[in-house]
Ligand binder design. Structure first.
Ligand SMILES: [Zn+2]
Length: 60
């Protein structure tokens, strides 16, 4: 991440550790034509990073 240049952690390197749960959703979008009433469905998968946590640790 970077090195602290002032304060109590001066000279130490900041290391960030992140963890999360990957959740996948099926997304359905319906398009309806206002003129003829045609309906078209689009499906896709959306991936979300849930329960995200991060820990910052300063190391020499
Ligand atoms: Zn139409």
């Amino acid at each position: 991440m970077g090195r602290s240049i002032s304060g109590p952690n001066e000279g130490k390197t900041l290391v960030r550790k992140e963890s999360w749960t990957e959740e996948r959703y099926q997304v359905v979008v319906t398009h309806a034509c206002s003129e003829c009433g045609d309906v078209r469905r689009e499906q896709s998968i959306r991936t979300v990073e849930a329960n995200k946590t991060s820990d910052d640790i300063y190391r020499r």
